[in-house]
Design a protein. Sequence first.
Lengths: 289, 286, 426
Amino acid sequence: MTTLSLGRKKNRQRTDAIQKFVIYLILIGGAVIVLFPFLWTFSTSLKTPDQVYQIPPQLIPNPAEPSNYVRVLVDRPFARWLLNSLFVVVISTIGTLLSCSLAAFAFSRLRWPFRDKLFLVLLATMMLPTQVTLIPTFILFKELGWINTYFPITLPAWFARNAFYVFLLRQFFMTIPLDLDDAARMDGASHFQVYWRIILPMSKPALGVAALMFAQFKWREFLAPLIYLNRTESLTAAVGLRTFMDETHGTDWELMMAANILFMAPVVTVFFFTQRYMIQGVVITGVKG
Amino acid sequence: MAAPWIFGFVFFIAGPMIASLYLSMTRWDLFTPPRFLGLDNFHALLTDDNTFWLSFRVTTLYAVFSVPIQIAVGLALAQLLNQKIRLLGMFRSVYYLPSVLSGVSIAIMFRWIFGTQYGLLNGALKLLGIEPVSWLGDPDIVLLSFILMSVWGSGANMLIYLGALQSVPTELYEAAEVDGAGSFRKFFKITVPMITPVIFFTLINGIIISLQEFQTPFILTEGGPANASLFIVLYLYRHAFQWFKMGYASAIAWVIFFYVLVLSVLVLRSSKAWVYYEGSLKGRGE
Amino acid sequence: MYKLSRRDFLKFSSMSAFGAAIASSPWSALAQDAVTLRLTAWGNPTEVQAREATLALYDEMQDAIDIEFIHTPGSDYMTKLQTQLAGGDYPDVMFLGNGAIEPFVARGQLLALDDYLARDNFDTSDISQQNLKLYNVDGVQYGFPVDAPNQQLFYNKTLFDAAGIDAPPADWEDESWTWDAFLEKAIALTDKEAGVWGWQVKTGFRAWWIWVTANGGAFFNEEGTECILNSPEAVEALQFLGDLIHVHEVAPPLDVASEMGSGELFQSGVTAMETWWPAIGRMRTNIADKFEWNVAPHPAGAAGKSTSGGGTGHTVSAFTQQPDESWEFLKFLISTDCVSLWTDIMGIVPPLTSVAESDVFLKPGEPPADILVFTKGNDYLRPDPRHPQFTQAQQIAQSQLERLWVGGVTAQEVCDDIVSEVNRLL
């Protein structure tokens, strides 16, 4: 290496260090802003009813009341609700990933009649507020005998019910060069093989993002489980969470917040441990082709 | 291969959508048989309902500001969190946290943040010597508060962009570095153009979501004060489930539908000028 | 085809790790030996506890009827119930606010109870007649009340004593308790330095309805063809309330109140007087021995004293397959046993005179000392206006009045706007 490029490198390192410092500053500042309300939720979950209404509010409750968590788990079947949610989320996430990626593949990498028109139809299905299709949909599921079962909130996911994810995956698929498909086809691969062997493995980050987002959406989903599930023990956690709230008789905030922490904890944990694999799972290879 | 979707669409979606379109042309109290009115609901809605136009204005203003801000903040976060730094996983999780919260908790939290006397935000402003602001109690300010709140949800966009950044070929950056390009130049000349399909997605999706904002105003302000945060879907909801006017509510829904559709088609049209598809079928002269 | 996929799905899921979670869940069919009635209701954890206790009692008492309790969180209850009804999935017994009775009857959704009342010669004399009437439309009875919650003035006796001010009189016939007397006390009690307010202007309909009716105002004219909230009586009452915030400054501005949790101000000792529905049990627990408290009627306006209220009741769906069993269950719900248990757990004002006179309600030695204010208040109850468009009209009034509470407009301007907007609806 020449001396010139060495000097440049040293210079480079210094600007890098400054840049890093600024980045940390921004990240930590933002993190504090984001985290503060969560700390407050956590702190409220450890308060006695008296401390909840204390003015001005205390951040660190003294004495702390961890028994709020016990009450949430014992007085109400919250553990059961969490399990129900887990079940619903796993079943429907698998379905969504498979069916939406198939549709996304068809909409991005195959040519067929009315493709672009149908794509607009697909987008349009996201544009009508769900409040007005609620009753017709309910009637449909009632005719199928699905009321008070998990079918209405799991099965449609296997038929790409959530256009959002078709759209999301399509956009990701469209960033993958078409040459790859062509090369595979020349080797005699079918459409399905191209999808399964080439597009899916190359789209792990996208699938990871979609899985995380859908699972998280499903975990929080409220209206459908509220409408279709009747028995207390079969509710999902998102609906169960709301049963701690009461406008007329007053909400016990300390219980509500403890339930909230229990509700968020699994999602945050899963995210923390999987984000690396999901987002950094694939360093793009084979693009050079 | 789109068969599952087509089946799902015909089976689960098309029927209820058509039903609601029919209902929008009726008077229906949710129980006794609907009475057909033709386009009367739409006529009343568009010419004689000041509250509807008020909510239309509120919702549009909210979308116009919140969507670009969410995209910009999401993109900035993704860029910051796509480098080799310490505690990367922790930072990503922290910034994604707000997206994990349920709508109720978000609303409750913001009641506390936006409080006039003891609110966090006014506490911070006080340090800067700024008088307390009535974030949720002043009809002129409440919409601004909702826009600020929407920034909170940028973590979802961040996640999408993080995914997209992985597919930007590293050799493009290497080539740019050889040419002596700095970080900003690389970001705007390589990163942004390469992920335009995904930015396009978040733009369309942002428009759809923000024009249907419901839960937070429903819990936090109930549309107040004096209807200053009356989002369209909140107004629709009241007609549908509180006032027993499902026909009118469906008409509102279909007006929203066409509004979103027109905006989306405009964005879609414009996308040819700014969205770059590596895998586009069209670019290959077929 | 559907059966096959269902079975496959079931098999698949039972093999999965979550088999345990679903074994007793909606995947498996309900065994139906006794007649099962479906009861829908909302409620916070305390109310669910009361619900479960009364249902357990019912279960002990008889074997013929099982109750399936469908619990839906409060703010979403009507959304779910209406979807169920519109979709033809009818519950048998429904918990309904009295405001919903009229629209439900208008749409033919409630079972008329008159034939059953006559058949069983059912004695309703123990039920508070004012509250029973709330479930009666055009002379036909459709349900029974679960409580008799008229709204009264709660006051913090410790703050009154500290300021050396006489407490508001508990006697409904005491004519010295006027708006002027009220204002005087509110001013004397307010100590902003110490963070104490004399009053809180609550924005809910029933909170201001007391003042409007006490002054002789009304919402609709007799025929229900016109909104008359801009009458001098109503305007004067609303202006009086607005002035409490902006002129006399004895009530906190709305944003300050809602930040501290407008529902919690009284319980945390911030307000000296406040309108409350009788959440007596909750008050006892939350206030405990922080301060002494008691209740009194609201002060008399030009037309005398008044209280608002309503409450909730049980009704039977018009489409139940088991009307006889539903009626039997309804009779249990209004029985002394059930009402006593409910009152004991919930700490509300019971709809039965026998229970209202018993220690289950009076709880001697526990606050409020003048608990009889509630029972006597039934005679002064001015229920919500009955009108098919009332819920929407009320929302219009609510949004417009927020301008008055925020400040900068007169009650006259606001009421004129309400009237013109509501009249367009009629």
